[in-house]
Design a protein around this ligand. Structure first.
Ligand code: HEC
Ligand SMILES: [Cu+2]
Length: 331
């Protein structure tokens, strides 16, 4: 059903690629055909009806309703068709399937930093298994960058101070170029990398070779390191709301509005806590801007995602980081 590879295009290495290409071929073919027929007609008429002194001037034509209706309505339907086809491809390309693995990506001058849910970190390289959906949560440490993998037809701006996301499902193993496609300073041209698509078994081996603590576990350490626990404890002396089961739940704010505790909300709570105050609490929380790095924020988010009822650490751990941390469900 979907379009085949054309030689001078980058290879079609994701499920999205052939659909994007099909749309492009459709647009190019139809617009090209219309453009060509206009040009040909124009030249033909210019020659056929050129001024000749011996023929009398023909009668002038004034308006032709059926013709006007035809060339107004036909293109309208063609363009509505394009719009619908484009919208379908767009929603498919920007809404990740629910079972996608989430990888956090931080862009900075001039590199790409990745962190897998299992904790592996990479710079300018991303390893993924073939045939599985991946969702990237992208943010920037400094200026605007843009994440572009031509072979996947995946492209998304990466902004400081907020998250954007894209997803892809690679369909063939190989090594694919990754570019920053937004001019971001002196070494912008060097802000490139490679996405390695591997067979699942090979990927498992890679994961083990590069094993680290899970991202959630790292987040737990960050939570203790910055003493978040001194306020966000689960006991009766808590000076802040308990953060268990918070992720993606609605939060009622003091100004009467409600927000969903998503990645952006958590990030903002840490960098700009005064902006959205939780109903029933005071603005006691200091800002951690300049202290907690964007990667630590991502780890905190992974931790809060996995933090369920009854799992808040004891306040004592504030002073002695635990020797053996309990297993954390890191999905
Ligand atoms: C001095 C006490 C204090 C410290 C330390 C503190 N917080 Fe808070 N935090 C609060 C209070 C009070 C609120 C509720 C009022 C508000 O929204 O600002 C809050 C709100 C939050 C919220 C929103 C909670 C919700 O239910 O919507 C998050 C997320 C959060 N803090 C994370 C953190 C993290 C992560 C740290 C450590 C880096 C931290 N806090 C350190 C006092 C603190
Ligand atoms: Cu860049």
């Amino acid at each position: 059903m979907f379009a085949q590879q054309i030689i001078w295009f980058p290879s079609q290495a994701s499920t999205t690629a052939s659909r994007v290409d099909l749309l492009l071929y459709m647009l190019t073919t139809i617009c090209g055909a219309v453009g060509l027929s206009v040009a040909v007609t124009l030249i033909y008429f210019a020659v056929r009806y050129r001024r000749r002194s011996n023929t009398p001037t023909p009668a002038e034509m004034r308006g032709n309703r059926p013709l006007e209706l035809f060339w107004t309505i036909t293109p309208m339907f063609i363009f509505i068709g394009f719009f619908v086809a484009g919208a379908i491809v767009y929603f498919d390309a920007y809404r990740a399937p629910d079972d996608a693995t989430v990888v956090y990506v931080v862009g900075k001058q001039w590199m790409w930093k990745f962190q897998h849910p299992e904790g592996q970190r990479e710079i300018n390289e991303l390893h993924v298994p073939v045939g599985q959906p991946f969702k990237l949560m992208l943010t920037s440490e400094d200026v605007i960058h843009s994440f572009f993998v031509p072979a996947f037809r995946v492209h998304m701006d990466v902004l400081p101070g907020r998250y954007s996301s894209v997803w892809f499902q690679p369909i063939r193993p190989g090594h694919y170029h990754l570019f920053c496609s937004q001019y971001c300073g002196t070494n912008h041209a060097g802000m490139v990398g490679t996405v390695h698509v591997m067979e699942p078994a090979e990927y498992e081996r890679w994961l083990h070779l590069n094993a680290e603590g899970s991202m959630a576990l790292e987040g737990r350490k960050v939570f203790l390191k910055y003493r978040c626990i001194s306020c966000h404890s689960a006991d009766e002396n808590a000076r802040a709301p308990v953060l268990e089961d918070l992720y993606l739940r609605p939060v009622h704010l003091r100004d009467g509005s409600t927000v969903i505790a998503d990645d952006d909300y958590i990030r903002e709570s840490v960098y700009d806590p005064g902006k959205k105050i939780v109903l029933g609490w005071d603005n006691l929380m200091p800002t951690y801007k300049g202290q907690v790095s964007p990667e630590e924020i991502n780890q905190l988010i992974a931790y809060l995602k996995s933090l369920h009822r009854g799992e808040t650490p004891n306040r004592v751990e504030e002073f002695a980081p635990p020797a053996a941390t309990p297993p954390i469900n890191s999905k």
